[in-house]
Write a protein that binds this ligand. Structure first.
Ligand code: FPP
Length: 255
């Protein structure tokens, strides 16, 4: 069945999308936004043009997620491995959060969105951290969509640092090894306070997790598309959610 959905930011009613059951919307969607460079190459432009257009897809996706009633949207914006890229590209990527928030923060506030950042802040430029800290502070009392940027994020580093922190607590006598439970680990990760992603989307045709939320994705539904991230539109998100709703989640049990 096809239904018409009202477009939220420009008031137009022209988008045709597949029917989505309102009863089974994924609470948390995580996205590996891949293919910016290949998209730019395809149109004969430098890689940064791909990232610039990737930023536009971030806005479209946040709006579409909010419209659908998704509560958490985590976007993999920069990995702990991305530092190995050429300095110009890294510098450009580090300016994007600032640029994005300068343009969009007022509207995000108006739409009741909460901005968050998940990652290691230590090696990030201060202008990047300051922009995200300011946005987090200004949106912390909002109650709508949580827009969570994974920036300088790597799952192995996250788990390693979590283990180190728990190890220190054992050393100080505050914790016994037997006190370490999956719940304690979950509450000690950077994603603490958020439910695990129900749905992971990866664009660009690559079929891997690339060190993204390895603990948290244990029982997530995975959805891959050949579309490059700058081309990602609300109909792709809808397509992913429709597919999610067809899946039977058994968590290792029986239906
Ligand atoms: C992977 O594509 C993408 C990234 C490493 C950067 C993702 C960043 C954005 C989409 C913009 C983020 C926006 C904000 C507001 C933080 P790639 O460059 O590896 O593409 P390729 O595999 O085709 O080379």
């Amino acid at each position: 069945m096809i239904k018409r959905v009202r477009s939220w930011w420009n008031g137009e009613q022209k988008q045709q999308t597949p029917a989505i059951s309102k009863d089974n919307i994924p609470q948390h969607v995580a996205v590996i936004m891949d293919g910016n460079g290949r998209w730019a190459k395809r149109i004969g432009m430098p890689r940064i043009v791909g990232h610039q257009n990737g930023m536009k897809a971030v806005k479209r996706t946040a709006i579409a997620a909010d419209e659908l009633g998704i509560k958490y949207l985590t976007l993999f914006a920069f990995s702990t491995e991305n530092w190995s890229r050429p300095k110009d590209e890294v510098d450009f990527l580090m300016r994007l959060p600032q640029e994005f928030l300068a343009i969009e923060l007022d509207e995000l506030i108006e739409k009741n969105v909460q901005v968050r950042m998940m990652g290691n802040k230590e090696h990030l430029p201060s202008h990047t951290v300051d922009a995200l800290t300011e946005a987090t502070r200004r949106t912390e009392n909002n109650t709508g969509l949580v827009l969570n940027f994974a920036l300088n994020y790597g799952s192995r580093l996250e788990i390693t640092e979590c283990m180190q922190a728990l190890g220190r607590e054992i050393e100080e006598g505050k914790l016994k090894p037997g006190d370490i439970t999956p719940e304690l680990i979950e509450n000690s990760l950077l994603s603490s306070g958020m439910p695990d992603p129900d749905l992971l989307i990866r664009t660009s045709g690559e079929l891997r997790l690339s060190n993204f939320m390895l603990w948290q994705l244990a029982y997530s539904e995975l959805w891959f598309t050949d579309i490059y991230w700058p081309e990602f539109k609300k109909e792709h998100l809808y397509e992913a959610v429709v597919e999610y709703q067809r899946r039977s989640r058994r968590y290792g049990g029986l239906k």
